[in-house]
Design a protein around this ligand. Structure first.
Ligand SMILES: Nc1ncnc2c1ncn2[C@@H]1O[C@H](COP(=O)(O)OP(=O)(O)OP(=O)(O)O)[C@@H](O)[C@H]1O
Ligand SMILES: [Mg+2]
Length: 338
């Protein structure tokens, strides 16, 4: 159960909005959840539902016109929203690491692999002896399956998979506690992708690092994650252990999402499910439950009042009126008074 786990990050009532000409985009809306130490948490949901925004908000990396408009991110017991800019820079460098689809945007093209790593150590741990730095990066890079002679390569000389491993190494060299991988495997071919995924799991086992894996690829999450968090229009629909959610998805959105993945829930004969409708415009999200206009199981209260992400009897977190008590007045919408 959740309260028996060791929690690394507690996210409480987090809001992120983007100011645009067409109005304010409510990209993360009152999101609260915990990330357990040492877990691999898969974060999935349709394009534009707020996955990357949430990932960046956990490191306070939201840039204008975006803004964190409320909430707390408590990391190892400290609310990083209270940190100064200097504390924040140190926190980002040492405690977390974010890996994106294109590692070339994060790597310096004129810096060798070893120089990236040396610089990271020198900036954040200036007292480290030079000989120790060399030993540390050599053993780390070999543990990541990269030959040490590659340390003198420039990023463009490496394959896509190797570059992502270097990115992982840049986090691990400073003992990052949390790695956020945002579509980190999307541009790799399937074999390289599978290798990287295996390796991420091994890294978690060996280093005890926590991984938040953001992806469209639900099959990938099935392979690697301990828990899955399903996001819809800036909120969580459902969070639970991977096998439980795949065997018995509770939120109607999760049910639709899993039925639309051929390799997981369908045998070859069955027709692929197509979720009706489109994700909402987040400048004017639907009232009540944001999924209600597309939900095949919606009941009247869904259009009016937002449900909460609550723990069900099965220990699953589900944000749906079908699994929680309705307020008295909503259960009896047509009351005739004398
Ligand atoms: N810089 C920005 N300016 C305005 N709106 C933005 C900006 N970045 C994101 N948004 C909006 O915020 C919402 C969430 O976007 P986000 O990129 O977090 O979604 P995502 O789930 O990561 O999508 P994808 O799967 O396509 O990567 C979307 O409606 C998007 O249009
Ligand atoms: Mg994204």
């Amino acid at each position: 159960m959740a309260n028996e786990k060791d929690v690394l990050v507690q996210i409480r009532n987090l809001y992120v909005t983007y100011g645009t000409r067409l109005g304010s985009v409510s990209a993360v809306d009152d999101v609260s959840f915990d990330i357990y130490r040492g877990e691999i948490l898969g974060l999935v949901g349709e394009s534009g539902c707020g996955k990357s925004t949430l990932g960046k908000a956990l490191m306070r990396m939201i840039k204008s016109p975006g803004e964190i408009t409320g909430g707390q991110v408590i990391f190892n017991g400290e609310d990083i929203m209270e940190y100064s800019d200097k504390q924040m820079r140190d926190f980002r460098g040492r405690r977390t690491s974010m890996i994106f689809q294109d590692p070339m945007t994060s790597l310096n093209p004129v810096q060798r692999v070893d120089e990236h790593m040396i610089e990271a150590i020198e900036v954040h741990e200036p007292k480290t002896k030079k000989a120790n730095i060399t030993d540390r990066i050599t053993s780390l890079i070999e543990r990541l399956g990269i030959q040490k002679r590659r340390l003198t390569d420039y990023p463009h000389q490496l394959s896509g998979g190797m570059r992502q491993r270097v990115m992982v190494g840049l986090g691990l060299v400073l003992n990052a506690h949390l790695i956020i991988a945002d579509e980190a495997t999307t541009s790799l071919d399937v074999i390289v992708e599978a290798n990287l995924v295996d390796q991420l799991r091994e890294i978690r086992d060996e280093f005890g690092v926590t991984i938040l894996m953001i992806t469209h690829n639900i099959a990938l999450v099935a392979e690697i994650a301990d828990r899955i968090a399903v996001m819809y229009a800036g909120r969580f629909a459902e969070i639970g252990p991977i096998n439980d959610v795949f065997e018995d998805p509770m939120h109607p959105y999760t049910q639709g999402l899993l039925r639309s993945v051929p390799s997981i829930r369908l045998d070859d004969q069955e027709e692929l499910y197509k979720m009706p409708g489109e994700p909402p415009n987040l400048t004017q999200p639907p009232s009540g439950c944001r999924f209600h206009p597309r939900c095949p199981q919606a009941i009247p209260i869904c259009a009016r009042i937002q449900p909460e992400l609550l723990e069900t009897k099965q220990g699953r977190l589900v944000n749906c009126w079908l699994f929680q008590d309705q307020p008295e007045e909503a259960a009896h919408p047509i009351m005739v008074t004398a």
